[in-house]
Design a protein. Structure first.
Length: 313
């Protein structure tokens, strides 16, 4: 997840962070304490593939190692992948693409997350959590394909340098335009599935609301959301949404900070990402399990509707 929005909001966010840090130096420089969060790093278990995938990425080097961890997991799932090198804005990187399931002529549902991280911390929340969520959904959608859509997954490089991997994909000649792109960024704890959607009453938003309720979670849906890899798709006029899993009380505070307003408190996510606190200790696998179940159910409900009625996005 980007801490700076290109152009308009970058200075506003910097001001918000500075004001918050000045008013609450302890919160800004100590590990967050959040009710329900594990006190120490959860142990990776073979019974929890999501946590094992996050752990594998955290233990890899911050460059190609994380991408290799993802590729190894795709191999284990029997999903063929390919590297997609790119060069954009004088930067070079490598995206990973994998076709999961479905007939080639079916409309494309593309799931994605950025695989890169900043230098500080382990990048567990930002964004091994999102990449592992995409892998978990790929496993499920391969085992039981959707009815009306084919599924592919993508892992974007250089999101932290300006959404470059997703920008390169959208700009590349021959890139398939998805019926819907679904992004995952910061999917690591909390009681609320946060859905960025231009249409809060869309078919997917309604399906997500039903699905999260069944899992004992809450939904926050709307078009206000931090900058991440859904943006190049929307800018190109391609349907896109993005999911996060956070504490419901964090969302208004996060949006205040991105709008340049001083929040009443520093939300956990802003204490964790892009810092030494971004470790496995702040991951809540039990909450994520409910979140992944909810998103899978929502995608299946959305897919089951006739394409003309999906209300994309």
């Amino acid at each position: 997840m980007r801490l700076t929005r290109p152009a308009l909001l970058s200075s506003a966010l910097a001001l918000g962070l500075a004001l918050a840090a000045c008013d609450d130096p302890v919160a800004a420089h100590t590990a967050p304490a959040t009710a329900g969060a594990p006190a120490s790093a959860p142990a990776a278990s073979g019974d929890d593939p999501w946590l094992a995938d996050v752990s594998a990425m955290v233990q890899a080097d911050a460059g190609a190692g994380r991408r290799v961890a993802i590729q190894h997991r795709l191999d284990a799932l029997g999903i063929a992948w390919r590297d997609v090198p790119f060069k954009i804005d004088e930067e070079s990187g490598t995206n990973v693409w994998a076709d999961v399931a479905g007939a080639p002529e079916a409309p494309l549902l593309l799931l994605g997350a950025h695989s890169d991280q900043v230098a500080q911390g382990e990048g567990a929340t930002d964004n091994a959590s999102g990449s592992a969520t995409v892998l978990a959904l790929a496993q499920r959608l391969k085992a039981r394909p959707l009815q009306r859509h084919r599924v592919a997954v993508a892992f974007w490089d250089l999101e932290e340098k300006g959404l470059l991997g997703s920008k390169a994909f959208v700009a590349a000649t021959g890139s398939p335009k998805p019926a819907l792109y679904v992004n995952f960024d910061v999917f690591g704890w909390g009681d609320t599935v946060w859905l960025m959607t231009p249409q809060a009453d869309s078919a997917l938003a309604q399906a997500t609301g039903t699905a999260v309720q069944a899992q004992g979670l809450k939904l926050s849906a709307g078009d206000k959301y931090p900058p991440t890899d859904h943006l190049p798709f929307l800018k190109a006029g391609w349907p896109a949404v993005s999911y996060s899993l956070v504490g419901g009380d964090e969302i208004a505070l996060i949006l205040d900070m991105y709008a340049g307003r001083k929040p009443g408190a520093v939300p956990k996510v802003m204490q964790v990402i892009h810092s030494d606190h971004d470790t496995l200790a702040n991951i809540d696998p039990a909450a994520v399990a409910r979140g992944v179940d909810a998103v899978e159910a929502a995608l299946r409900a959305w897919d089951a509707q006739p394409v003309a009625q999906t209300g994309m996005p």
